[in-house]
Design a binder for this molecule. Sequence first.
Ligand code: CUV
Ligand code: SF4
Length: 639
Amino acid sequence: MTPPQNKTADKAVECIMNEVSAKEVSTAWTRYQEMQPQCGFGDLGLCCRTCLMGPCQIHVYGGGPTKGICGATAYTIVARKIVRMAAGGCAAHSDHGRHITHVLKDVAEGKAPAYQVKDPAKLRWVADHVDIATDGKDDLQLAGEVADAMLEEFARQDGAPLRWTTGFLPEKRVRKFNRLGVLPTNINTHIAEALHRTHVGVDADPVPLIFLAIKVAIADLAGEHISTDVSDILFGTPRYNRTVTNMGALDSKMVNIAVHGHNPVLPEVMLDVMEELKDEAKAVGAEGINLVGICCTGNEILMRRGIPIAGNFSSQEHILLTGVIDAMVFDMQCIMPGIAPIAQGQHTELISTSDVARIVSDTHIEFHPETATEDGKKIVRMAIAAFQNRDKDTILIPDVTEDTIAGFSVEQIMDILSSLNPDNPIRALNDAIRSGELKGVVLLAGCNNQKQPHDITHLKFVQEMAMNDVLCVATGCIAIAAAKEGYMAADSGERFAGPGLKAFLDRLSAAAGMPIPVVWHMGSCVDNSRAADLATLMANDLDVDIHNLPFGAGAPEAMAEKAVVIGSWCVALGWPTYVGVQPFIYGSPLVTEVAVNTARDVYGGFFIFDSDPVVGAKRVLEELEYRRWRLFSSGGLRP
Ligand code: CUV
Ligand code: SF4
């Protein structure tokens, strides 16, 4: 069904939209309308273009071919497509991890003067988990060894499991993965294996293909963990901080730079050089330089530096349309090519910084760790120059902001929980669930998707969780949606929490001596790995496996291949995982059955697909309730 045009929960986006429609600017909203109706074969996952004999379209409802030219049936075509999507997602996260690991390696070798090991405690924590001896080693030596071990995850040929899988998940879960033959051994190999086995004439059996998708997904979790670990080591593990969210964070009197994408390496340096170049901005009549984030690069610098986020995936074009963005700097992933014509139609400099992501008409300033400071300065100076070319008549900054508390790394969560239980912080969370004060924990993950009204689907799901006493940790674009709506505000408990959650937050706020919001911002998409770490701590404390926990996940507006792969490892970890967008699998009853049902018997987790977030929330809540009963009230789990 086509949602009505201009549907968004974001008042700032709505404000810009009214301008946009007047000026007839093309955005994802207008293009979505123009795209209707979308192809039913594609929607069901039944169009195969894997080889040049295709496209082959399978008519599952009769009236046409039921097999592709090679003989592939619906379940083969659907399963192959899912494997390829998972591989795409794993490639994106893990290549990000690999890129940033090279920066760590450069730091260790003294080749990246703009960076340093900012968080030696995290470095040592990571080393301990992957069995690298730390005694007597200085930070740089250890950083080099950890970077090498990370790079080995992309290269190992001896068949040993990934250390970023075995080192961080509960032993019970690792044994299960091993038994099921899905323990990954080399991230890049599995991506290649996924492409090979889904090539024409290779693996046609949907069951091993689905297991392959799971193995790729577990490899993805390792790649995400590596990304998170390196960012924390280089830039500091996120800590409690307070700022504002939404377009009101832009300032017409300042030079505004928006950073967009996923990689924090350049924005971190830009923040350092901005201070230095303030006078140059003043010399052209600006009051200073203002940085805002979009998407996950935004989440990264919000988490560590308290930098405001202007918006999420679906609002990237509207943020440009304010007319006050002097430079939009992007690295990789989730950059809509649609921003280019908007930037071209105004004074905005569109600057790409990664050699893997270019847009025609961009200015390419390739980022190098060795020259990061100069690169950062060059970009800030371009923004200062562009500031002078603004069209002052078309400026529109919606006066919308929300109070936002962020920085909930697992380390920060443990510190906060220790105010309730200094000897065993995680026990404070498990006890709140045991007593029924909290009904469980849910990871809010994922994107925006034009198939669902912008942020509205997210927020309905979040509302149901909060009202029903579920503690939410959040990443990615749903975290931004929650922040924009006030779910991370100091007074969010009063506004949104059910009685149990409210009581828990009040106790925690009082003990920790600071306001604790309803939704805990965990970071960017790769920081979903933090949620796996949190669940691992909870499970180990209770001496159970992760799938026994009242822990779930929700991606109401899932969109990217990255979301497909994240959802798959959430299921593999044993979480009920709600997705609000129809995946391309309904053309195969077999694959659909495995995803929504059989997965539960094997992994404990399963997908819940429903376009209605309230229905999805109800199913997740029922599952949390069942698990809570089984864990704490039914006489305990059988061993
Ligand atoms: Ni990585 S992947 S739309 S920016 S969360 Fe947002 Fe987040 Fe999805 Fe992209
Ligand atoms: Fe058609 Fe088979 Fe080629 Fe797919 S792999 S396009 S089903 S012939």
